[in-house]
Design a protein around this ligand. Structure first.
Ligand code: HEC
Ligand code: HEC
Length: 292
């Protein structure tokens, strides 16, 4: 065997070990064909299946919301805002939106108006390149307004009240198609993110693609593996009884390969966020969603 063949065999074995003990399901097929639609509150239709965007070029024939992989009771919680445990955090986010804070004596609403109008459609295009040419996530835009426009302190990326505000902002775009830009100034960030997506990390030598592209629809330690889409973020995770940010989820998935993970709010995870978001272009914004 050549060295390259040996390495390939070793990697195949590592992947097989991780997925051992579960019957191999066929990846990249509809995980739940019996479930035909998601309509939130009986009035917001959500696109849960869509043709894969062109840039995926056959890697995934169709894209699916993570909602489709969940069991019936978890799916139902997301169909009604009274059952969705993320909604009290959305209410807290709206309160923060309207509250004056900082040395300039301003609230978000003073400049942006009501959150329903001012933030409609914003989640669908994040992350995006700012005027200075840097890729910014939603959290960066919020903290820029707080620090430079309100004279207030930056929020911690991965804590309340940031998570409340991002949940409240996401909710204003529910049902709108994810549509992040990947060309022009965004292209180098997108390339960096794609590179990361296919890089094998950690002692287990697994990439995002090893699990979410090659093994979606399989079970791993009792979890039904999805395509790892981020259209539903922030998500309310029942296991953690908390809102979980995109970077927190990425951080955990990299750490689970027994690798040193990347900083939440750092450039690497921002680039990865853009790339993963673009794999969901065409699904609806669904956040805040409910996951096990
Ligand atoms: C003094 C006015 C002002 C205040 C107060 C303010 N912003 Fe902004 N905000 C702006 C301006 C100006 C922009 C850039 C232009 C734009 O996109 O509207 C912006 C951009 C944003 C964006 C990016 C929008 C986009 O489509 O690119 C978000 C998200 C945002 N602000 C959230 C907030 C939040 C949350 C608060 C309160 C914590 C807040 N802002 C407070 C003026 C303000
Ligand atoms: C060892 C397998 C494995 C690897 C490697 C892995 N993940 Fe995951 N990931 C999971 C599991 C298990 C879940 C929970 C079930 C699900 O939602 O797919 C998950 C969930 C997610 C979710 C939440 C999806 C939702 O709808 O809530 C995202 C996003 C995600 N992963 C992104 C990534 C990214 C990006 C990478 C690469 C940095 C990655 N994952 C690497 C196993 C993995």
């Amino acid at each position: 065997m050549t060295l390259r063949a040996k390495m390939a065999a070793g990697l195949a074995m590592a992947t097989a070990l991780v997925f051992a003990g579960s019957a191999q399901a066929e990846p990249n097929i509809d995980p739940n064909p019996d479930v035909t639609e998601l309509v939130i509150n009986g009035e917001i239709p959500i696109t849960i299946r869509a043709p894969a965007p062109d840039h995926l070029d056959g890697a995934l024939p169709e894209i699916y919301s993570g909602w489709l992989y969940r069991d019936a009771s978890t799916r139902e919680m997301e169909m009604d805002d009274f059952e969705n445990p993320a909604m009290p955090f959305v209410d807290a986010g709206i309160e923060a939106w309207n509250a004056v804070d900082g040395s300039e004596g301003k609230s978000c609403a003073d400049c942006h108006g009501a959150i329903e109008e001012g933030m409609a459609g914003v989640r669908a295009v994040m992350p995006k390149v700012n005027e200075a040419g840097a890729l910014w996530s939603m959290e960066d835009y919020i903290n820029d307004c707080r620090v430079n426009r309100m004279g207030a302190e930056a929020y911690d990326w991965d804590k309340q009240p940031m998570k409340n505000i991002t949940a409240a902002i996401a909710a204003q775009s529910r049902g709108m198609p994810v549509n992040v830009a990947i060309d022009g100034a965004a292209a180098p960030y997108w390339e960096q993110g794609r590179e990361m997506y296919y890089t094998r990390y950690g002692k287990l030598q697994l990439s995002c693609a090893s699990c979410h592209q090659e093994n979606n629809n399989n079970f791993i330690r009792g979890d039904h593996l999805s395509q790892g889409q981020i259209n539903g973020f922030p998500v309310y995770r029942l296991k953690q009884s908390a809102l979980v940010t995109i970077h927190n989820r990425f951080y955990g998935c990299v750490r689970d390969t027994q690798a040193e993970s990347f900083a939440k709010g750092g450039d690497e995870l921002r680039a990865l966020e853009l790339y993963v978001a673009s794999r969901g272009n065409g699904l609806s914004v669904e956040g805040p969603s409910v996951r096990p």
